[in-house]
Ligand binder design. Structure first.
Ligand code: PNS
Length: 169
C-alpha cells in the first residue's frame, strides 16, 4: 500500500489544494491530508472546521483520509506508515522554502518529498489571498469549493463590523 501525505494549514482549502490532492489520489493507494494544528498562528477557521470542510470536499475521491497533526511532520509520517510527502509547487517563489523543508524532512527521517507542478489555472492561488480578497468583497467563487465559499461568507459576515464589504461570491 502506497500511502502519502498532503500536509498544510488549509485555512481554508482552495481549488489549488484540491487539484493536488485529486491528482495524488490517482497515483497512490491512500492520500492522507494532514491539517497542521498551529496554536501560534491566527486562523480564520478552527482546525475542526478545516478538517470537516476537507472531509466533505474530498469524500468523492474514495482514497483520502483527513487528519490533524501537531509537532513534526516526520513524526506524523512515522506514526502513520507514510514515507512520502506530496506538495504542489506554484512558482519559483515557492521553491526555496519547499526545497529546504524537503531536504530537512529527508535529513530528519528519510521522508521523501514529491513535488507536483500546480495546474496553471491555480498558480496564483493561496489561502491567504482568498481570505484577503473575500474580506474586501472580491469574488472568489471560482477559487474555492462551494462549501468553503459558503463557510467563508458566514465567517466574514460575522467577523466584519457593519458597513464593511463582505460579499465573497
Ligand atoms: O499550508 P502551509 O502552512 O504552507 O503548510 C506548511 C506545513 C504544515 C507543511 C509545514 O509548516 C510543516 O510541515 N509543519 C510541521 C512542523 C515541521 O515538521 N516543521 C519542520 C519542517 S522541515
Amino acid at each position: 500500500m502506497q500511502r502519502v501525505v498532503c500536509p498544510g494549514s488549509f485555512d481554508p482549502a482552495t481549488n489549488g489544494h484540491l487539484d493536488i490532492i485529486g491528482r495524488a489520489c490517482g497515483l497512490y493507494d491512500e492520500v492522507v491530508v494532514a491539517v497542521l494544528i498551529n496554536i501560534t498562528k491566527h486562523s480564520l477557521f478552527t482546525v475542526d472546521e478545516r478538517v470537516d470542510m476537507l472531509r466533505e470536499v474530498t469524500k468523492g475521491y474514495g482514497n483520502v483520509r483527513v487528519e490533524r497533526f501537531h509537532g513534526l511532520l516526520v513524526d506524523f509520517c512515522a506514526a502513520n506508515g507514510i514515507t512520502a510527502v506530496v506538495k504542489g509547487l506554484r512558482a519559483v517563489s515557492d521553491f526555496e522554502y519547499e526545497m529546504q523543508m524537503a531536504q530537512m524532512n529527508y535529513r530528519l527521517a528519510k521522508v521523501e518529498t514529491l513535488f507536483m507542478t500546480t495546474n496553471p489555472l491555480y498558480s496564483f492561488l493561496s489561502s491567504s489571498l482568498v481570505k484577503e480578497i473575500a474580506k474586501y468583497g472580491g469574488d472568489v467563487s471560482e477559487l474555492v469549493p462551494e462549501l468553503v465559499l459558503s463557510q467563508l461568507q458566514g465567517r466574514l459576515a460575522s467577523e466584519l463590523p457593519d458597513g464593511e464589504p463582505h460579499r465573497v461570491g
